[in-house]
Design a protein. Structure first.
Length: 90
């Protein structure tokens, strides 16, 4: 089973942390947490899922290991997530 690693990304005005695991050649699986929560919520399922998928579990801005931002909205979270996926070539 895949061990996750935490990567950091500077996207727009966000310093974003994301846990990733698995083979990048396999289908990607995006795990988004709710509020208040973080990617740590998925710590027990990332490994098992990584055997079949490339797992991406970001900490949304202001949660977990990601820094807070001034402009926090669901629309902005979507933009940041889309940019993260592009950075990871997903």
């Amino acid at each position: 089973m895949g061990e996750s690693q935490t990567l950091r990304f500077k996207i727009e005005d966000a310093d974003l942390a994301a846990r990733v695991a698995g083979d990048r050649e396999k289908p990607a699986l995006l795990l988004l947490h709710g509020s208040p929560c973080s990617s740590r919520y998925f710590r027990n399922v990332i490994g098992p899922l990584a055997s079949d998928c490339f797992v991406i579990a970001p900490d949304l801005p202001g949660y977990g290991d990601s820094e807070p931002i001034e402009r926090a909205s669901f629309s902005h979270y979507a933009d940041v997530t889309e940019a993260l996926l592009a950075r990871l070539s997903v």
